[in-house]
Design a protein around this ligand. Structure first.
Ligand code: SF4
Ligand code: SF4
Length: 193
């Protein structure tokens, strides 16, 4: 059994969904982002049949996958989902105020082990949080009720995510300067695998 730290990336560039940005976003821009999406695509097509835009639209930008977590792995590399523990410590590139990667486009120049979530590696990322749309659809579950694809209202989604205690913005800390001992004290229960 190995204990690993892992950092992952939200797969493609997430849409901003902080309250201020959401309020600044017009509904038109949200709708235009969704014009290329097939109606109810998440219920009609399997993940491997999605277009790139549809794949991107599944990410709600919660930032949880950028948190450092402890993962139990057996000797074959299998992960015991029930033993995954998230901390509130984020990757060095995270802007902890907004909950977004500060250099998303060039992140792998700064953080080479940032993982690109794809249909191929999704089965190996069972440690993703239980609310993550990719994991939920992969497991045959529905989108979370607050997902932007369902609400079509960024402000409502933001409010509902807060109410559901989802998202790292405003309550994470950077890994910079943190030693292993302190990291171990920062396990949180507001993200579950
Ligand atoms: S580089 Fe950016 S996307 Fe990747 S784990 Fe860090 S904050 Fe997240
Ligand atoms: S946990 Fe899932 S929904 Fe949240 S940012 Fe990561 S990939 Fe996107």
């Amino acid at each position: 059994m190995n204990l690993n730290f892992l950092q992952s990336t939200r797969t493609p560039q997430p849409s901003p969904l902080t309250a201020s940005q959401a309020e600044g976003n017009s509904q038109a821009s949200i709708q235009s982002d969704q014009t290329e999406l097939r109606e109810q695509f998440w219920t009609r097509f399997t993940l491997d049949k999605l277009t790139n835009n549809e794949w991107e639209a599944l990410c709600d930008g919660c930032g949880s996958c950028c948190l450092i977590k402890y993962i139990d792995e057996d000797e074959d590399g299998n992960v015991d989902e029930s033993l995954v523990e998230y901390t509130d410590v984020t990757c060095q590139l995270m802007d902890c105020a907004t909950g977004y990667c500060r250099h998303y486009a060039t992140r792998q120049e700064h953080v080479p082990d940032c993982i690109q979530l794809t249909i191929d590696n999704l089965p190996n990322m069972i440690w993703l949080p239980s609310h993550c749309a990719y994991k939920r659809l992969y497991k045959g579950q529905n989108l979370p009720s607050w997902h932007l694809l369902l609400t079509k209202d960024a402000v409502a989604t933001q409010q509902q995510m807060r109410a559901a205690n989802v998202g790292v913005a405003g309550r994470c800390v950077t890994e910079i300067g943190m030693d292993d001992e302190e990291m171990e004290t920062r396990v949180v229960n507001w993200v579950k695998p």
